[in-house]
Design a protein around this ligand. Structure first.
Ligand code: NAP
Length: 254
């Protein structure tokens, strides 16, 4: 049976780790041809090898999503390689330093906003420009978070950036609906990735509190986000746009 992304060309950022890597593997399984991007050459190369070993069509490019030239180069490389761009998963992000609002430094604020929010916008700019040029629509999914829908203590820049991503997603969805470009966001709950590992370091009580708060009584796995992203990018979600979709074990419902 054909995969739900058969024949589609997709760009995935932050694909060297966690949610991005798992999503790239699911996209490959579903038949997409991929341009994967990450800041770090070595981790991107590792994901590329996994994809190639599984028989996928994939290319890796190093990029810093916070730089406009890099975002534009990612789209240009995708088009040079495959001739078009159908789907994009703007997922690269950082957690930043933990500190309550009045202790958050300007440096931390600027860094988190530049990668998590400006980076998503710069990638969208380049992707939408290409999708409009080629015609025929497209599907973009951005990574927000439950922290893009709720307040979380100790990470004000992260929470602001993820709320920004949810808002930007809705704004673009209404701007480009007429041209058939769907724009959605995934809002993961606590997912077992290297980022979450850094946040939980030496704090087993925090993991326990996540699990206790979760209706499904467990943390999520990266592939559980990837499955939702693949569906949103596919034609099966053809009437879904402007949605910040919680994929969080029901946390947002509590
Ligand atoms: P992760 O394992 O740390 O993966 C994030 C990836 O993004 C890493 O490969 C990282 O590269 C890359 N990256 C960071 N800055 C970049 C930049 N400027 N340009 C290009 N790539 C960059 O984290 P994850 O948990 O999979 O997170 C993926 C996304 O999900 C993030 O946007 C995160 O905020 C969001 N999210 C995660 C959770 C969770 O519980 N894990 C929950 C909600 C939302 P290096 O690390 O190699 O530098």
């Amino acid at each position: 049976m054909a995969g739900i992304l058969e024949g589609k060309v997709a760009l995935i950022t932050g694909a060297g780790s966690g949610i991005g890597r798992a999503t790239a593997q699911i996209f490959a399984r579903e038949g997409a041809r991929l341009l994967i991007a990450d800041l770090v050459e070595a981790s991107g190369a590792e994901t590329l090898k996994m994809l190639k070993d599984a028989g996928a069509a994939a290319v890796f490019m190093r990029a810093d999503v916070a730089k406009a030239a890099d975002a534009e180069a990612l789209v240009a490389k995708t088009v040079e390689t495959y001739g078009r761009l159908d789907c994009a998963f703007n997922n690269a992000g950082i957690e930043g330093a933990l500190a309550v609002t009045h202790k958050c430094t300007e440096e931390n604020w600027a860094r988190v906003i530049s990668i998590n929010l400006t980076g998503v916008w710069l990638c969208m700019k380049a992707e939408i420009t290409q999708m409009l040029k080629q015609g025929g629509g497209g599907s973009i999914v951005n990574t927000s978070s439950d922290a893009g829908l709720l307040g979380v203590k100790g990470m004000p820049a992260y929470v602001a950036s993820k709320h920004g991503v949810a808002g930007l997603t809705k704004a673009a969805a209404i701007e480009y609906g007429r041209q058939g470009i769907r724009v959605n966001a995934v809002c993961p709950g606590p997912i077992r990735t290297p980022m979450m590992g850094r946040l939980l370091l030496d704090r087993p009580d925090v993991e326990e509190s996540f699990v206790r708060a979760e209706p499904l009584k467990r943390m999520g796995e990266p592939a559980e986000i990837g499955e939702a992203v693949a569906w949103l990018c596919s034609d099966r979600a053809s009437y879904v746009t402007g949605l910040p979709l919680p994929v969080d074990g029901g946390l947002i419902a509590t």
